[in-house]
Design a protein around this ligand. Structure first.
Ligand code: 6PG
Length: 477
C-alpha cells in the first residue's frame, strides 16, 4: 500500500496552492485536488520538488489518498461554491473525518455547516487564515474553530505551518463551530479601521503640511521604528514611496480614490449592530470606503463651501501629534474589536481567550504589529479586562496622547480635512469616560412620544410620566 497523505487541499487557486506548498515544505504529505485538473498538474510540475504531493483527479481518488481521520482543506470561494464542494466530499467521508473551510466564510454559514455535518458524524472546522498569498506560503496567522477533538489532529499541522513569533505559533484553537471565522471577520474589521486611520494620517500630513507622498513615506518609516511598528505602516511607506513608471507621478496620485471591499468589513459592522457593540471605528472605516465609491454624490458635492486653509507653523510638531493621535485611535479601534469578540463569544457560547487571539495576531496576519505584544500582555494579566483602554500601558498612552489627539482632530475640523476615524475614536473615548451621557434625555424623549418608560437613578423599576396631562404625574410602569 503506497503512502497516504496526512492532509488534502481542494481548490488550488493561489491561496490553496500556497497552503498546500507550505504544508509539503514542512514535511507533510499533501493530497491535491482541483475542479479542473490543469491546476493540480501545474502545481506538481512547478513545485513538486518542494515536498510530497499526491495529485488526484477525482473526489473519490482524493478521499482514498488520505490517512484517517481524513483531513480535507477546502479553499474555494465563500458561499455557494463552498456548499457545493462540501456536498461533493461529505458523502465519501466516514465518521470522525474533518472538513476544513479555510476561506473567508461568514461565521453564520460556518455554524450552519458545522451543525449539519456534525449530524453526519463529520467535523467541520471553519478556519480563518490571514496573511494573503505570501502568508499562506511562508506562515499565515491561522484561526481554527470547530470541535476540540478536530483540533487534536489538525492543530499540530496548522501550528507547524503558521507564522512564529518568539517561537510561538500564530495558531490556536479559537472555540467551537463558527468562532474561528468570527474572529477572522473581526480581524478584517480591525484591518479596515487600521487602514483608514493610516490613510487619514497621510491625508493630514499632506493636506495640513503640504508634504509630498515621498516625504510622508519617510515619516511612516520613522514611525515604523517605534510603537507603531506594523506590517500596515511598513507597506504604507512602500506604497507612498512608489513612483508611477508611466507618468513619473507619485503612485498614490494616479490611483482612483475609490476604495473597494469584498465584504468582511461590512459583515463585522452588521454583526456589531446585531450584538449592540459600538464598533464605531470599524463602521466609519467601512462607510469611508462606501463614501469614496459614491462617485455621483461626490461629483455633485465637490463645489460645496469649506474653510480657508491656514498653514501650520510647526510642521514637525504637528507630525508628532498625528503619530500620537494615530496611536490613541488605534487603541480605540482594537479595544472595540476585542469587545466585539467578547460579545460574540458570550452570544454564541464560545469561550474565547482574548489574550490567545492577540497572541496569534502578532505574526503572519495583515494587522500584525508590535502593538499586539502589549495587547497580549494586557489580556493575559487581566482576562476579563472590560476595555483595552483601561489597561495600564494603554491608559498611560491615551493619557499622554490627550492634547495631541484633540488638537489633531480640531485642526482637521478647522481645515476641513475629513478624519472620521480619528474623530469617532475620540468621541467614543470621551463617551466612555463621561460621568453622565445625554442618553438620559433620549429616554425622556422616548417616554414622551411613545410611553417607552424609563428607569430612575434612585429607585428600582420602570416608570412612565403622563406627559399629556397637566400634572405630569409619574407612575410605575
Ligand atoms: C487577510 C486579509 C484578506 C483580504 C480581505 C480584505 O487577512 O489576509 O484580510 O482576507 O485582504 O479579503 O479584503 P477587502 O478589503 O476587499 O474587503
Amino acid at each position: 500500500m503506497s503512502k497516504k497523505a496526512s492532509i488534502g487541499v481542494t481548490g488550488l487557486a493561489v491561496m490553496g496552492r500556497n497552503l498546500a506548498r507550505n504544508l509539503a515544505r514542512h514535511g507533510h504529505t499533501v493530497a491535491l485536488h482541483n475542479r479542473s485538473e490543469q491546476r493540480t498538474r501545474e502545481l506538481v510540475e512547478q513545485f513538486g520538488d518542494e515536498g510530497d504531493f499526491i495529485p488526484t483527479y477525482s473526489a473519490q481518488e482524493f478521499v482514498d489518498a488520505l490517512d484517517r481521520p481524513r483531513q480535507i482543506v477546502i479553499m474555494v470561494k465563500a458561499g455557494a461554491p463552498t456548499d457545493a464542494v462540501i456536498e461533493e466530499f461529505a458523502p465519501l467521508l466516514e465518521p470522525g473525518d474533518v472538513i476544513v473551510d479555510a476561506g473567508n466564510a461568514h461565521f453564520a454559514d460556518t455554524r450552519r455547516r458545522e451543525a449539519a455535518l456534525r449530524e453526519r458524524g463529520l467535523h467541520f472546522v471553519g478556519t480563518g487564515v490571514s496573511g494573503g498569498e505570501e502568508g499562506a506560503l511562508h506562515g499565515p496567522s491561522i484561526m481554527p474553530g470547530g470541535s476540540k477533538e478536530s483540533y487534536e489532529s489538525l492543530g499540530p499541522l496548522f501550528e507547524d505551518i503558521s507564522a512564529k513569533v518568539d517561537g510561538a505559533p500564530c495558531c490556536t484553537h479559537i472555540g467551537p463551530d463558527g468562532a474561528g471565522h468570527f474572529v477572522k471577520m473581526v480581524h478584517n474589521g480591525i484591518e479596515y479601521a487600521d487602514m483608514q486611520l493610516i490613510a487619514e494620517s497621510f491625508d493630514l500630513l499632506r493636506g495640513a503640511l503640504g508634504y509630498e507622498p515621498a516625504q510622508i513615506a519617510e515619516v511612516f518609516r520613522t514611525w515604523n521604528t517605534g510603537r507603531l511598528d506594523s506590517y500596515l505602516i511598513e507597506i504604507t511607506a512602500e506604497v507612498l514611496a512608489h513612483t508611477d513608471a508611466a507618468t513619473g507621478k507619485p503612485f498614490v496620485d494616479i490611483v482612483t480614490d475609490q476604495a473597494e471591499q469584498k465584504g468582511t468589513g461590512r459583515w463585522t459592522v452588521q454583526i456589531g449592530l446585531d450584538l449592540g457593540v459600538p464598533i464605531s471605528g470599524i463602521a466609519e472605516a467601512v462607510f469611508a470606503r462606501s463614501l469614496s465609491g459614491s462617485a455621483g454624490l461626490r461629483a455633485a458635492s465637490r463645489g460645496l463651501p469649506g474653510p480657508t486653509r491656514v498653514p501650520i507653523a510647526d510642521a514637525t510638531g504637528f507630525a508628532d501629534d498625528v503619530e500620537r493621535a494615530l496611536y490613541a485611535s488605534k487603541i480605540v479601534a482594537y479595544a472595540q474589536g476585542f469587545n466585539q469578540i467578547q460579545a460574540g463569544g458570550a452570544e454564541y457560547g464560545w469561550d474565547i481567550d482574548l489574550g490567545a487571539v492577540a497572541k496569534i495576531w502578532r505574526g503572519g496576519c495583515i494587522i500584525r504589529a508590535k502593538f499586539l505584544d502589549d495587547v497580549t500582555a494586557a489580556f493575559s494579566a487581566e482576562p476579563g479586562l472590560p476595555t483595552l483602554l483601561t489597561s495600564g500601558d494603554f491608559r498611560k498612552a491615551v493619557e499622554d496622547a490627550q492634547d495631541a489627539w484633540r488638537s489633531v482632530v480640531a485642526t482637521a475640523v478647522k481645515l476641513g480635512i475629513p478624519t472620521p476615524g480619528f474623530s469617532t475614536a475620540l468621541a467614543y473615548y470621551d463617551a466612555l469616560r463621561a460621568e453622565r451621557l445625554p442618553a438620559a434625555l433620549v429616554q425622556g424623549q422616548r417616554d414622551y412620544f411613545g410611553a417607552h418608560t424609563y428607569r430612575r437613578v434612585d429607585r428600582e423599576g420602570s416608570f412612565h410620566t403622563a406627559w399629556a396631562t397637566p400634572e405630569r404625574a409619574e407612575h410605575p410602569a
